[in-house]
Design a protein around this ligand. Structure first.
Ligand SMILES: [Zn+2]
Ligand SMILES: [Zn+2]
Length: 332
């Protein structure tokens, strides 16, 4: 009998699905790419044809121009070569999907990036039992346990209200995290205008065009210091220590990322208010998901594989790491 998943090949530039003649999240241009979500380390430009959710295709189009390919709605099954392919919600960012691949009675699920906590900007992760689960492990160490999102948002609001002469500048990745912070704030009852850095404007608009309500947003370029005092400003992480921030009224610098668990990372960016809000599964979510899916094998991507591999082995699950290049951890 052939080895389980012998029709899936792992190459440094991505996962090749041989009977579909297609690549999952390839880091180089390929004739046919199945793309899990729009973050730049998964969705590159220049492919011949892209199969992805309509949201992901739209995100790719804002970055790389119009994409040739096909938008595939969640839970629709399409046939690619000799493989049945289905996109299932991953709960990571707008349009993010796990890719379910079925061939000759075997089911392989490629998680892409995922999380299990609710996120007002996208549907929740749907667990699909499978033979092989190809999982990310961005936060694959037991030290990574993300706190409750609501309590982190409350810390942000508390800090904002404690000094109305200042603003709180929140560094958040432009795709996903920025819009999630805005919607989490709205859910916590914060309905004041939120100011934004120009670099996130197009993605805000794209989210709104897919029905994600962000409330009243204002561009920092058309506001005075006085107007922004007592308000929240959202900017990509790269803008936190940039000249740009001088236009803001004495900003309290915050950053929303799973990496804020590590004090050193907060210090590197001069972050005064680290907010541990992540779009990736933490250790408990990773292990809970594997328990739930009961795969025969787990293949691990994205960095910290060792601990998760060891956890799988102690739970009688065969595990290995895939050495894919180019997956960054910055999208958190
Ligand atoms: Zn991602
Ligand atoms: Zn990733």
């Amino acid at each position: 009998m052939a080895r389980l998943g012998s029709w899936i090949e792992s190459h440094p530039e991505g996962i090749y699905v041989r009977p579909a003649n297609a690549w999952v999240d390839p880091s180089h241009p390929k004739p046919k790419a199945l793309v899990t979500h729009g973050h730049a380390d998964h969705a590159r430009g220049g492919h011949g044809a892209v199969l992805a959710t309509p949201e992901t295709l739209a995100i790719m189009a804002t970055r790389y121009g119009p994409q040739s390919g096909q938008g595939i709605a969640y839970d629709e099954t399409i046939r690619v070569g000799e493989v049945d392919v289905r996109f299932v919600p991953a709960g990571h960012v707008l349009g993010s999907a796990q890719i379910v691949l079925e061939h000759k009675g075997e089911r392989v699920v490629v998680s892409g990036d995922y999380k299990r906590r609710p996120d007002p900007t996208c549907p929740c992760f749907v667990p699909v039992p499978c033979d092989i689960f190809i999982t990310e492990a961005t936060f694959g160490l037991p030290v990574f346990r993300h706190p409750d999102t609501g309590s982190e948002i409350d810390r942000l609001l508390h800090r904002l209200h404690s000094d109305p002469s200042r603003c709180v500048l929140v560094g958040a990745y432009a795709l996903g995290k920025a819009q999630r912070i805005i919607t989490e704030l709205r859910q916590r009852g914060h309905h004041e205008p939120i100011y934004f850095h120009g670099a996130i404007e197009r993605l805000n608009q794209l989210y709104e065009s897919f029905g994600v309500e962000l409330g009243e947003l204002r561009h920092t370029a058309s506001a005075t210091k006085e107007e922004m005092a007592g308000h929240i400003v959202i900017a990509p992480p790269g803008a936190l220590n940039d000249r740009w921030s001088r236009r803001l009224p004495d900003p309290v610098t915050a950053m929303a990322s799973g990496w804020m668990r590590i004090r050193q990372r907060a210090r590197q960016r001069n972050v005064e208010l680290p907010l541990i809000i992540s779009d990736h599964a933490d250790w408990d979510e990773l292990t809970m998901t594997i328990r739930e899916l009961e795969p025969t094998e787990v293949w691990i991507t994205h960095g910290r594989e060792e601990a998760l591999k060891h956890w799988c082995m102690t739970h009688q699950i065969k595990a290995c790491e895939l050495n894919l290049v180019g997956y960054e951890d910055e999208d958190d």
